[in-house]
Each structure stands twice: as structure tokens, then as C-alpha cells.
Design a protein around this ligand. Structure first.
Ligand SMILES: [Zn+2]
Length: 206
């Protein structure tokens, strides 16, 4: 793609680095912004900069939060003895939308995936194991997507905490194998959560 303007080319190249955005789409977006009042571009850049500079991760569950402790972790009416293990904030948002879950979360920040070079050390697993060992946890619900990476991650965590006296469960497989949690509709996801199955039973059945 030949650009008559270096400024235009730079902007397009930056936008084209976003996932799922090719150069053509990037050009369309950049030209759209140029046609809008400059306030809009300013608001967009400022919100991204503020996000980048000021974002915090909850020190307990690692979800994206405006405060040191997220709203869920700091809410005394949530059941702090039930922890739902998820991959990222999109899963937290999806499960919160069901309005059926009253426990707290633990955001791993990904799944173990040797192909992508992601090992347990890059995920928030150690803090989860410590939480299970050091605080009053009754149940750990694995709600990772049912992929090989999700299953590997569940099993890795399970092995570290299996001597603890807690219930481990997984959300029921109303969620199809390979499906990402956040794409499930609220009713399906809510039902999967309510009909969760004991984790050790599940993998004995495999
Ligand atoms: Zn939190």
C-alpha cells in the first residue's frame, strides 16, 4: 500500500497492529476519524492513554480494576469461600451477566499453552494456590474453556491443591467443547454454573 502522506501511513500502521484489523480496515478507520471533529480523536487517544497509565489489577483476584481491590473482592455480601477460576476479565463479565454467581473470582490471565510459550509461571496460579491454602476456601470452580489448554490448566492447578479439604468442580458442559466462555449466552452459562460437576469425578471419567 502506497501512502501519499507519512502521517497517514504511520496512523494506519499503528491501527493495523490491532487483532483482526488489516491495512484496508485500518485505513478506513483512520479516514473516518479524520472526518470527525478533532475532539473525537482526542477523546479516543486520551481514554487509551488513561487506560494504559492508570489501570490496576485487583491484588486479590487479578481482574482489571480501578482500585487496588476490585468491586467484587471488596463486597462483603459476596461468598468469599467460593472461587471461580477464569481466564480473563471477559469471563468475569460473562458470568456476572448471568446474575447467578455470588462467589468471587480468580483471573489466571491465560491458559497453559506450551505452543504459545505460556507456562504456569506466567499465569496467576501461585497466588491462587496460596489463597486456597491460607484462607477459608470451600469450593474452587474451574470455568476455563473446554479446550486442551483449559483442561491442562485445570489439571495443573488441581494437582497443587488436591490435598486441601475443598470441593473442586467444573462448570457443566452445556458449554460445548472448544467454546470460549464469553461467547456462551447468559442462560446456557448460568445453567452450566448451577449444574457444575465435581472436578475429580469428571477427569476419572475420561
Ligand atoms: Zn478482585
Amino acid at each position: 500500500m502506497d501512502f501519499p502522506s507519512k502521517l497517514l501511513e504511520n496512523a494506519v500502521n499503528e491501527v493495523a497492529q490491532l487483532p483482526g484489523i488489516g491495512k484496508r480496515t485500518a485505513l478506513r478507520l483512520v479516514l473516518f476519524l479524520l472526518q470527525q471533529p478533532s475532539d473525537q480523536t482526542m477523546a479516543l487517544s486520551n481514554s487509551l492513554l488513561a487506560l494504559r497509565n492508570d489501570i490496576k489489577y485487583c491484588r486479590s483476584c487479578h481482574t482489571i480494576s480501578d482500585n487496588e481491590l476490585c468491586e467484587i473482592c471488596s463486597n462483603p455480601s459476596r461468598d468469599h469461600a467460593t472461587i471461580c477460576v477464569v481466564e480473563d476479565i471477559r469471563d468475569v463479565m460473562a458470568l456476572e451477566n448471568t446474575q447467578l454467581y455470588k462467589g468471587i473470582y480468580h483471573v489466571l490471565g491465560g491458559k497453559i499453552s506450551p505452543i504459545d510459550g505460556i507456562g504456569p509461571g506466567q499465569l496467576n496460579i501461585k497466588s491462587l494456590v496460596e489463597k486456597v491454602r491460607n484462607s477459608k476456601v470451600n469450593e474452587l470452580i474451574f470455568a476455563l474453556s473446554s479446550t486442551m489448554e483449559g483442561d491442562t490448566t485445570n489439571f495443573y492447578i488441581y494437582r497443587q491443591i488436591k490435598d486441601c479439604e475443598i470441593i473442586t468442580s467444573t462448570i457443566a458442559r452445556g458449554i460445548a467443547v472448544g467454546d470460549e466462555l464469553q461467547y456462551a449466552d447468559e442462560v446456557t452459562l448460568g445453567r452450566s454454573l448451577l449444574h457444575r460437576v465435581p472436578f475429580d469425578k469428571e477427569f476419572k471419567d475420561l
